[in-house]
Design a protein around this ligand. Structure first.
Ligand code: SAM
Length: 309
């Protein structure tokens, strides 16, 4: 999934090989990860696709079934992985992940501690942010989840960047071997305030932590605990609104089910074009409306920087 070796920075410019992981894309809300096996086939509503025909094609290629249907074969990025991974727990999505990476100031070479691992959605992006020479140590007290996450990091090619361990972080804290070595720490735990004394010991001077919690009561308790050792304590909730942008004809009476008039911008007419209102209405306009499937509340992200003594 990632160029772990700096010499391989154009990983996805190469062609698809037997054994590669690809994301089979039908639509933005219909994708699935597949490991290419020259003996296998993919069957879906579009027909039968032979993996053997995918080998040697560049990532991003459009490939056809026996019935002329098609899908795209995308390179497996952390962004796409988050959309296709199997959910063993609640996961973090792109909007929250983006803010976490930026606010935790994660760059190549960082050492990051995380708990819990859950489905590894955030871990995958953390791994890319620290690559090629940093490392993510992630902890979950649930053995089976840790095992599944480890297997998936093998599949996605991230195992040299991520170590998964089984540990009760609320009860025992992070292992002392990471004392004063972590650039940043991320917590997605039910009682994060119990882990904060350990986070204080793990962070380098000026290090940053983040805690993700679905409920505001958890945030209040976390902030209360952070006050004594941290500064710049800030909590965010990200509400992401996607828009559907499409061309439609003004005055045609069709707005595809929207209840009122859609906000729109008329295409500029060049001097030679018709100017009468009736003719103008025949020109396509660009309509914009918020998607009905917009994601609402996921959780609160609380960031804090270790106070220097
Ligand atoms: C919501 S999931 C994390 C999801 C993850 N952030 C992702 O994006 O996929 C929370 C995880 O924390 C783990 N967990 C809960 N309490 C824990 C504890 N005391 N120590 C370590 N892990 C814990 C759970 O087993 C679960 O897998």
């Amino acid at each position: 999934m990632l160029p772990v070796n700096p010499m391989d920075k154009n990983t996805f410019r190469r062609c698809i090989r037997d054994g590669d992981l690809v994301i089979v894309y039908e639509r933005h809300d219909n994708m699935k990860p597949i490991k290419v096996n020259k003996e296998s086939e993919l069957q879906n509503r579009f027909g039968v696709f032979k993996h053997a025909e995918w080998i040697g094609k560049p990532f991003g290629s459009k490939v056809f079934s026996n019935r002329g249907g098609f899908v795209y074969l995308l390179a497996p990025t952390p962004e796409l992985w988050t959309l296709v991974l199997s959910h063993r727990t609640q996961i973090l999505y792109l909007a929250d992940i983006s803010l976490v990476i930026m606010y935790l100031e994660i760059v190549p070479g960082c050492l990051v501690l995380e708990s819990g691992t859950g489905s590894g959605s955030l871990t995958t992006s953390l791994a890319r942010a620290v690559a090629p020479v940093g490392h993510v140590y992630t902890f979950d007290f649930h053995e089976q989840r840790a095992t599944s996450a480890r297997e998936e990091f093998e599949l996605t090619g991230l195992s040299s960047l991520v170590t998964v361990n089984v540990r009760d972080i609320q009860g025992e804290g992070f292992p002392s071997e990471f004392c004063r070595r972590a650039d940043s720490v991320f917590l997605d735990l039910p009682q994060p305030w119990l882990a904060i004394p350990s986070v204080v010991n793990m962070l380098k001077q000026d290090g940053v932590m983040c805690s993700f919690s679905p409920c505001i009561e958890q945030v209040q308790r976390t902030c209360e605990t952070l006050k004594s050792k941290f500064t710049d304590i800030r909590t965010f909730e990200i509400l992401l609104r996607a828009y559907e942008i499409r061309e439609a004809r003004m005055g045609s009476g069709h707005n595809n089910g929207a209840s009122g008039p859609l906000p729109c911008k008329r295409r500029q007419l060049s001097p030679g074009e018709a100017t009468k209102e009736s003719q103008e209405s025949l020109h396509p306009s660009v309509m914009a409306k918020p998607c009905s499937e917009a994601k609402g509340h996921t959780g609160y992200l609380t960031f804090a920087r270790l106070r220097c003594n």
